[in-house]
Ligand binder design. Sequence first.
Ligand code: BEZ
Length: 219
Amino acid sequence: MPGLTIGDTLPNLEVETTHGKLKLHDYVADGYAIIFSHPGDFTPVCTTELGMMAVYADKFAERGVKLLGLSCDDVQSHKEWIKDIEAYNNGHKVNYPIVADPKREIISELNMVDPDEKDSSGNQAPSRALHIVGPDKKIKLSFLYPASTGRNIDEVMRVLDSLQKASKHKVATPANWKPGEDVVISPSVSDEEANRMFDKGFKTCQLPSNKGYLRFTNV
Ligand code: BEZ
């Protein structure tokens, strides 16, 4: 069983958080949500990651995205840990909720378990998993990093911008794309449709196959 992955519906779990109980679908509501797990409270890499999410929180909010952290300790531990996270990150407030999962049930449901990592009591531990959930409550993108590798929040922002652009226009983003750069037109769009759809027109890349499938535009 691969577990929760792209295209699956986020289970509508009721979870305990630093902001009280919430149901996952109510939290996502009509926008996007990023749910990201951490191996444990008071650990070094996690402290930097949760802090960096706090630094970027306003940019995510501008894009209609809510943040939801998760670590397996309890709510009281999370609240103590938040003081360290904010102090390390120059006072940036952690205004998003952090889920508690002391029984390790939620990390199993959300496919966030690291098979190689155990906590000091030998319990299974979460990986650095991250799901981006869309307004339809489906998983649009998943990252799975080991405990030793902190995530790049610029990359989280970049893929979010790519997902939102692709869902708004019939486009996709090429390798190493950054916001503002040209995008490629989906193969499902004919040249005639592309002429109607894209105000700035499009350029077809000439390739040996002459199939005309690599078309760039800017939206
Ligand atoms: C950390 O957050 O620094 C960490 C947590 C578990 C294992 C390794 C690193």
